[in-house]
Design a protein around this ligand. Structure first.
Ligand SMILES: [Zn+2]
Length: 268
C-alpha cells in the first residue's frame, strides 16, 4: 500500500530517528563531559548544597560558619593528595557552598538496583533538586558535581559515618549528617566521600564497616602497616591495627589511597 498511509509511516519513522539521534548525541556528549572530569588538567567546580528540615530543630548558630571556614582546609588537603600522584597539577576542586535551603523531606533514595529503579530514582532526584537549586540560586550546568548535604542538629555524641547515595560516575550525590561546629571537618569528609563516588570511586570497607586491605588503606606499603597515619576517603576510618579503627579526627587525616586514585584517574 502506498499513498497517505505510507507517507505517514515514513514521516513517523523519520521523526523517531531524529529523536533517537538527538538522544544518542546528548548521551555521547554527557559521557564525554563526565569523562573530561577525570583528566585533572583543570579544576572541577563542586557545589555543596546544604538542606535543612526546620522540623528537626535549629542548628547551632556557629555550625554553618564553621563549615564555611574549613573549606580552604579541604581544598588544601585534596590538592596535597593529588600532588602525591600528579606533582604540579592544578587544584582538583573548587568548592562552593549553597544554602541552607529549607526542605520538608530528605532527598529520595533508590528503591532497587534494576534499570527501571535507577531511571525512576534519577527522575525523582531531578524533580527533588530542581526547586532546591532554584531556591539556592544555583545553575546545575555550572558544576561538574553537586552534593546535597542534609544537615540536622546532633542528637548523639558519638560520630558515625552514614553512607549517602551518589550516582557512580554521575553528577549528583546526597548525604545526611549531624552538624555542629565541632563536626565541620567530619561533614566535609563525608561530602568528599560522596563526591568521589560521583567520580567513579567505589567503597573500600567490608560489611562490618572495616577498611579493606590493601585497597582501603591510604598507605598500603607503610612499614609497619599499622597504625595507618590517614583515613582513606572511600574506607572512611583510620585503621590502628587489623582489628581496630577510628573515625577521622580532622581533615588532616583525609587521604586518597592508590586504589581510589586509580579509579578517579589521579594515578597514571
Ligand atoms: Zn560510599
Amino acid at each position: 500500500m502506498t499513498g497517505a498511509g505510507g507517507t505517514f509511516y515514513r514521516v513517523r519513522v523519520a521523526v523517531l530517528l531524529v529523536i533517537l539521534a538527538g538522544v544518542i548525541l546528548y548521551a555521547a556528549r554527557d559521557v564525554q563531559s563526565r569523562r573530561a572530569r577525570k583528566t585533572w588538567d583543570h579544576t572541577l567546580s563542586v557545589a555543596l548544597v546544604l538542606l535543612r528540615d526546620p522540623a528537626q530543630g535549629p542548628l547551632a548558630p556557629d555550625a554553618l560558619p564553621a563549615l564555611h571556614a574549613r573549606l580552604p582546609a579541604l581544598d588544601a588537603r585534596l590538592t596535597e593528595e593529588l600532588h602525591r600522584y600528579r606533582p604540579g597539577a592544578p587544584h582538583p576542586f573548587s568548592f562552593r557552598l549553597f544554602g541552607p535551603v529549607d526542605v520538608a523531606a530528605p532527598p529520595p533514595s533508590a528503591e532497587g538496583t534494576g534499570f527501571v529503579d535507577l531511571a525512576r530514582h534519577t527522575y525523582d532526584l531531578w524533580r527533588y533538586v530542581r526547586p532546591v537549586d532554584e531556591a539556592a540560586g544555583l545553575t546545575a550546568s555550572d558544576f561538574d558535581s553537586r552534593l546535597y548535604v542534609v544537615v540536622r542538629p546532633p542528637v548523639r555524641r558519638d560520630r558515625t559515618m552514614v553512607e549517602g547515595e551518589s550516582e557512580q560516575d554521575g553528577r549528583v550525590g546526597t548525604v545526611s549528617v549531624e552538624l555542629d561546629a565541632s563536626m565541620a571537618d567530619f561533614t566535609l569528609f563525608v561530602a568528599t566521600h560522596e563526591l568521589f563516588h560521583t567520580l567513579g570511586a567505589s567503597d573500600k570497607y567490608d560489611a562490618s564497616g572495616r577498611s579493606l586491605v590493601p585497597d582501603g588503606l591510604a598507605e598500603p606499603t607503610l612499614v609497619p602497616l599499622y597504625p595507618q597515619r590517614f583515613a582513606e576517603v572511600m574506607a572512611r576510618n583510620r585503621p590502628l591495627s587489623p582489628s581496630e579503627e577510628v573515625v577521622p579526627a580532622s581533615l588532616d587525616d583525609l587521604a586518597v589511597g592508590p586504589a581510589t586514585a586509580a579509579e578517579i584517574g589521579w594515578a597514571r
